[in-house]
Ligand binder design. Structure first.
Ligand code: ADP
Ligand code: MG
Length: 639
């Protein structure tokens, strides 16, 4: 069904809907409110001091509007509430003044201060509130009002239920649990009469979502285990010799993972294995061993990374590891000239390349291999479930290996990745020092700067992470640009610093990274683009601003960028909020533990590093609270 066929969806709104990850009518009706605004008309005399309430008033004076700085104004008017005259104040709503006519009855939402007889409004509704009202509130974007989005969704429900609809829950389970029908569920979520309806419908929606997820996973598992392939032919001794030639000894976990992979490669069935391990646990080398075995078997490998920076790093690393071996290795990324790309594609088709390393986007293009034997996806959580599907479709019989540094609790991993075999890499290679992590308030920034300077004097380098790129209205956010000017000022422009963020061109990014690697730049100020896999051993300090804006797992990954050699490393979390939550990071360096805490504290949206609405793995379910539903859905989907 086309989105455009829904009343209210126009050419202008469609772009916004896409931004919200809504592409179909199905997506639209499944775009659930993130909260509900419940309003009951109240009388001032019943309110506790400072309680947030809604009251009906009649306007008795023309609003006065005062303009302050740009984008800032204050509006004030008098009104009558149950025969009592009070003052109402609201900020930044000057545009409403024309609707606030004397004699009109409106609803004020906010808090009353008896001392100055003033009601400070958060919001004003231009109508009288007669009974308790419940309004769904959606994550939306500029240009699409909550109420318009709401109307669209209701229209979409009306529209889709005039047609035949697939029920996503099998009838036996629907009746077993006494669940309402799907249409009723959607109406209760998007247009509830009361909170009880929301509660009832939410459970059904969660079950529906988890049942479907688990059904797909189980289905894929069934399909995967059945796919036959040609076992790879290589001599295990040769692989062992390669392992012996490495500059280090593998850890026990690395050995276990390697053994499992070797077995998979030699088996008659297609490999679908996920290697899960903390940042710096050494997953890359495990995948290179698989590449080597595949090469010995006369087949090609592809390694995909989520960013170009990371792809280039893998490429360099591979050239180094395989320098004494006879592999042809190439890089294939978006910023290359198309002529260069065409040439590589041709050589891939002619099997003149044994290992190609690139970003996902490139691999999605029409790249054809002569005898692809192994597909590796690094940091696979970045790709999401959809891309995982795409990837598996791409390589009919090639073995697939996924690597992820999102440490999720073991039991969840086995459920959520139930379509894959999972190898856990539990410990980091020895000899590395722990990263000392300290939470600092903004007022303590000077101490942090002192450490930064000391480390720079020792010849070391610094990462600084900020959560936003440019100036933002929200003054809490320290943009990378602002931070750069602050650091430059603090060090009197004597310490070279550079900015790195996702909106730069690939070539620029790569040059900036190169200068940092060459130790020409001392301080790299970046958004989370550096989150994934960047390796600069000389960096010893990680300073993260507004740390409360990140999930624990993300912060843990970020600090994994330092502590890569055997000198002391530091991570500073700069923020004034949510200190309790962040303390987990001061206390522990164990990724799996941190992740479990993250899950407890913030829910699954963050766990997968996809906090933005619509990007989460689940729209409705929250693994922190819905473990029981997940287990039930898993069991039922197997049945
Ligand atoms: P990640 O699991 O985060 O992808 P990497 O594969 O990038 O980790 O490994 C991090 C660093 O550890 C690399 O510099 C790598 O060469 C090194 N390394 C990997 N395995 C070992 C080991 N067994 N002993 C010592 N160093 C190792
Ligand atoms: Mg890695």
């Amino acid at each position: 069904m086309q989105l455009e066929s829904i009343k209210g969806v126009g050419s202008k709104t469609i772009g916004i809907l896409h931004d919200l990850n809504i592409y179909s009518v199905q997506d639209l009706v499944n775009y659930y409110p993130y909260r509900y605004e419940i309003l009951t008309p109240f009388s001032l005399s019943d309110a506790y001091k400072g309680e947030r309430i809604a009251i009906n008033v009649m306007i008795t004076s023309v609003p006065n509007v005062y303009f302050f700085k740009k984008n800032f104004n204050r509006m004030q008017f008098n009104c009558l509430h149950l025969n009592k005259e009070i003052k109402a104040v609201i900020f930044n709503r000057a545009f409403m003044s024309q609707h606030l006519k004397i004699g009109k009855i409106v609803t004020l939402i906010g808090r009353y201060e008896a001392r100055n007889n003033t009601f400070t409004c958060e919001d004003i509704k231009l109508r009288e509130l007669s009974t308790t009202s419940i309004t769904p509130v959606y994550h939306t974007k500029k240009g699409l009002k909550n109420s318009d989005l709401h109307k669209m969704i209701i229209n979409a429900i009306d529209y889709s239920y005039t047609m035949e609809n697939d029920d996503l829950i099998p009838p036996e389970f629907r009746s077993k649990y006494n669940f309402m029908g799907q249409e009723q569920m959607l109406r209760m979520l998007h247009d509830p009469k009361n909170h009880d309806e929301v509660k009832k419908a939410t459970i059904v929606a969660k079950y529906e979502e988890l049942f479907n997820f688990m059904f797909k996973i189980n289905y894929r598992h069934e399909v995967n285990i059945g796919i036959a392939k040609e076992p790879k032919k290589f001599n295990k001794t040769q692989v062992n010799n390669f392992i012996k030639s490495l500059p280090f000894v593998l850890t026990d976990s690395q050995n276990d993972a390697t053994d499992a992979i070797i077995k998979d490669l030699k088996s008659k069935k297609k490999m679908n294995r996920l290697v899960l391990g903390d940042v710096g646990s050494g997953k890359t080398i495990v995948s290179f061993i698989a590449v080597y075995a595949t090469f010995l078997s006369g087949e090609q490998s592809v390694l995909m990374a989520p960013t170009e920076v990371l792809a280039r790093q893998h490429y360099k690393n591979a050239l180094n590891i395989f320098k004494d071996y006879n592999l042809n290795i190439e890089l294939l990324v978006g910023s290359q000239k198309s002529k260069e790309k065409e040439e590589i594609k041709e050589r891939l088709l002619n099997a003149e390349i044994d290992l190609v390393i690139g970003t996902h986007a490139i691999i999605e293009e029409n790249v054809v291999f002569q005898n692809l034997g192994l597909v590796i996806a690094d940091e696979q959580h970045r790709f999401g479930v959809k891309q995982r599907e795409l990837l598996q479709n791409k390589s009919d019989v090639a073995d697939s290996l996924y690597m992820s540094a999102t440490p999720i609790p073991r039991s969840y991993a086995l459920t959520l990745y139930g379509d894959l075999d999972v190898s856990f890499i539990l410990h980091k290679p020895g000899g590395r020092k722990e990263i000392k992590t300290v939470i600092k308030k903004y007022s303590e920034l000077k101490e942090v700067l002192r450490t930064v300077l000391e480390e720079i004097k020792k010849g070391h380098q610094i990462y600084v992470v900020a959560s936003m790129i440019g100036e933002d209205n929200d003054l809490d956010l320290k943009s990378v640009e602002l931070l750069k000017s602050k650091f430059d000022m603090a060090f009197q422009n004597k310490v070279p610093s550079e900015i790195l963020h996702g909106k730069l061109k690939a070539k620029e990014k790569q040059e900036i990274m190169q200068r940092f690697k060459n130790n020409e730049t001392k301080i790299l100020i970046a958004t989370t683009v550096i989150e994934v896999g960047v390796d600069v051993e000389n960096a010893t300090v990680m300073v993260i601003f507004d740390a409360h804006r990140f999930g624990l797992a993300t912060l843990h990954q970020l600090r994994g960028r330092v502590g890569r050699n055997d000198v002391d490393s530091y991570c500073y979390l700069i923020c004034d909020k949510e200190i309790e939550r962040l303390k987990v990071l001061e206390e522990s360096n164990d990724g799996f533990y941190i992740c479990e805490k993250d899950l407890e504290l913030r829910g699954e949206g963050d766990l997968f590093g996809q906090k933005q609405s619509g990007q989460r793995t689940f729209k409705m379910a929250d693994l922190r609270t819905d473990k029981k539903i997940l287990e039930q859905a898993k069991k039922n989907s197997e049945e």
